[in-house]
Design a protein around this ligand. Structure first.
Ligand code: G4F
Length: 320
């Protein structure tokens, strides 16, 4: 039986990854942070047979203790300050959590269990507004991040590549484009739009207030993307892989689709507030996942509309 350790186990990806690993017979351990609202902390993983441990990426000793107790075969670092706009408000915290902490994790693997495979949740936010002439971002596309979040993630990405080359660790980066699901936090734009549209439909809200609706994103389903994480760590060679659908929609398109699905007209309800815009915006993401298709045999199963349908049904059920 293989043992996996996951930081960020209580998040969207951590919960789906745990389900996947349990279905494959893994023993799954996860690190959770102390949270003042205890009730909502483990809601995504309450149904799972996983062992959780308290720890914090900014307290390297706490992570080291758990790591040395568990001695995992696979270590997935999914914990992060994950909200790009908020990273402009707390840039130093973001740099420490998303960047510097990864250095401690890699040192720990190197010192205590160099055969443990290490997965780093890297992000398409690292590309910033850099895009190849054919309109896609891929592993070879230069990275010029436009947010503290993206800069911190790029720092961690480079650390992973350095530890792979310098010390021969099996350390891999999954460069994941946006991925959503009914478990997505409702301050991310897909869930915010869908939740609010369903609330409006049922008379529970009057309007949907957004920032920049002209930016475009390549949205996949988290369940598909955690399969890619596992495939990346179970390939015979460690590397860096773009995980994306290759299809792009604007936030404006998403609003039309969601409100149209609910027989409403988005233009009647969508309002603008600059507080949701960012000092610097990433305009368009469209990923080329050819390397993951060819090398790992990974393919997404959900279409964009299937994902939106699942998320709308989730909120319809919840609000009823
Ligand atoms: O849903 P978002 O907040 O996701 P964003 O910033 O693209 O980041 C997500 O994807 C990254 C991968 O590329 C991850 F690394 C990261 O952790 C996170 O999961 O915003 C999407 C777009 C942005 O252009 C934003 O400006 O939606 C725009 N937007 C417009 N109004 C809004 C809003 N975003 C949010 N969160 N809230 C708004 O009201």
């Amino acid at each position: 039986m293989k043992t996996a350790l996951i930081t960020g186990i209580s998040g969207q990806d951590g919960s789906y990854l745990s389900e996947l690993l349990l279905s494959k017979g893994y023993e799954v351990h996860g690190i959770v942070r102390r949270h003042s609202v205890a009730e909502s902390q483990a809601s995504r993983i309450e149904h799972l047979d996983v062992t959780t441990h308290y720890g914090d990426l900014l307290d390297p000793g706490s992570i080291e203790r758990v790591f040395c107790d568990v001695m995992p075969d696979e270590f997935y670092n999914l914990a992060a300050m994950s909200h790009v706009r908020v990273s402009f408000d707390v840039p130093e915290f973001t740099m420490k959590t998303n960047g510097l902490a990864v250095f401690h994790l890699l040192e720990m693997v190197r010192n205590y269990r160099p055969l443990c495979k290490f997965y780093q949740a890297s992000s398409s936010e690292m590309f910033g507004n850099s895009i190849d002439v054919d309109g896609y971002q891929r592993e070879s596309t230069p990275m010029h991040p436009v947010s503290p979040y993206g800069i911190a993630k790029l720092h961690a990405y480079n650390l992973v590549r350095h530890y792979r080359k310098a010390y021969g660790l099996f350390a891999a980066n999954g460069i994941l484009f946006n991925h959503e699901s009914p478990r997505r936090g409702s301050n991310f734009v897909t869930q915010k739009i869908i939740k609010t549209a369903v609330q409006i439909k049922h008379g529970l809200a009057d309007e949907l207030v957004l920032g920049n609706i002209d930016s475009q994103r390549d949205w996949g389903h988290s369940k598909d993307y955690v399969r890619a994480m596992h495939a990346i760590l179970n390939h015979n060679k460690s590397g860096d892989f773009v995980v994306a659908t290759g299809r792009t929609q604007s936030i404006r398109d998403l609003c039309s689709i969601v409100f149209g699905y609910l027989n409403m007209d988005a233009s009647e309800y969508v309002k603008h507030d600059p507080k949701y815009t960012r000092p610097e915006e990433l305009d368009i993401l469209r990923g080329d996942a050819s390397k993951a298709h060819k090398t790992l045999g990974w393919e997404p199963e959900y279409s964009f509309l299937e994902m939106v349908d699942e998320m709308i049904k989730h909120w319809e059920k919840k609000l009823k």
